[in-house]
Design a protein around this ligand. Structure first.
Ligand code: FMN
Length: 321
């Protein structure tokens, strides 16, 4: 799989996820076999206003390559300038968010709201593609709502204007994350384009990965929520597609070791105050399916330091053995 001249390894990418798919998590998923990852979305206006937060979101390390910086916004010129600025962080790809359903993004006309104006989608892609000399890609949904399923139209316009791959999340903006995923629209987009198409929506195992590839004919897949607290999903997918074999699920010890490594790295990158607050939700994801998960989650939500995490891990080792 290639996006322009960028070669992706493996079989699946980690999806952009604001607030969770940060550098520490992306690096971990790449270690477990993700072949590509995309940054949390970054506001093009934030970049124009020199926001520190926007700059932090674009930091990429060599352990997470190839990777994209994802931008959102509505104005072609501002998006182009933001993409030029993002080049300081040496992304391999610039991805444009045309799928975010959150009111604070799509309410302002960005994210999924762009799909209501395909012509503007084309102008944004053209402006960004002209501003940078790396591939530009677009992430869309099936449409804005069930009355406007226009992924094929938008995908064709962005291809015509220079996009080098399109990711399709098979849900409308109206659906947010509710079922079902529309695999037919992903297949239709794949059949309508010459550039690669990445299928996205509800992939959480080798089996669901296989279904996405087989049903839609897509060139690559992207995993979001299925990786939360579960970076092993990439190892499972990778092993299955390479050898046809299913790996055994991680042991309790392996889960706890990876949790500890994940959070320690987040603290290294963000400091203990921010790192540990963000660690609470990640820890809750890792705890899914554990004995006494509700009680452990309560403990997780009061963690302040890495020592607190260690105490929690010790408690889990005692109570889950
Ligand atoms: C917490 C969260 C944050 C997300 N943030 C972004 C984002 O910044 N940019 C984006 O394009 N999509 C974002 N998404 C959507 C995902 O990239 C993905 O399209 C969606 O979760 C469907 O894939 P899944 O079923 O594998 O989770 C986010 C999703 C979640 C759950």
């Amino acid at each position: 799989m290639r996006i322009g001249n960028v070669e992706l390894g493996g079989y699946a990418a980690l999806a952009p996820m604001a607030g969770v798919a940060d550098r520490a998590f992306r690096e971990l998923c790449m270690e477990f076999g993700a072949g590509y990852c995309v940054s949390e979305m970054v506001s093009s206006k934030g970049i124009a206003y020199n926001s520190k937060k926007s700059a932090e979101l674009m930091e990429l390390s060599d352990k997470e390559r190839p990777s994209a910086v994802q931008l959102f916004g509505t104005e072609p010129d501002t998006m182009a300038q933001a993409a030029e600025f993002a080049m300081r962080y040496r992304p391999d790809v610039i991805d444009i968010n045309m799928g975010c359903p959150a009111p604070k993004i799509s309410g302002g006309g960005s994210g999924a709201a762009l799909m209501r104006d395909p012509e503007l989608c084309g102008r944004i892609v053209k402006a960004v593609s002209s501003a940078v000399d790396i591939p530009v890609t677009v992430k869309i949904r099936s449409g804005f709502d069930f009355e406007h399923i226009n992924a094929v139209e938008v995908a064709k316009i962005v291809e015509k204007n220079g996009a080098q791959a399109v990711t399709v999340h098979g849900r409308t903006r109206q659906q947010f994350y509710a079922p079902p995923v529309n695999y037919d629209i992903i297949r239709e987009v794949k059949r309508s384009l010459t550039i690669p198409v990445i299928g996205n929506g509800d992939i959480c195992s080798a089996k669901s990965a296989q279904h996405m590839y087989d049903y839609t004919g897509c060139d690559y897949i992207m995993v979001g929520r299925g990786a939360l607290g579960n970076p092993w999903v990439f190892r499972e997918i990778d092993e299955y597609f390479r050898t046809g074999k299913m790996i055994s699920p991680p042991t309790l010890d392996e889960k706890l070791d990876v949790l500890s490594r994940h959070i320690s790295r987040a603290v290294e990158y963000k400091g203990e105050y921010v790192g540990m607050r963000e660690a609470r939700k990640h820890t809750a994801y890792y705890l899914k399916g554990f004995k006494n998960a509700a009680k452990l989650r309560n403990l997780a939500f009061s963690m302040e330091t890495l020592d607190d995490l260690q105490k929690l891990i010790n408690e889990i080792r005692t109570s889950n053995c």
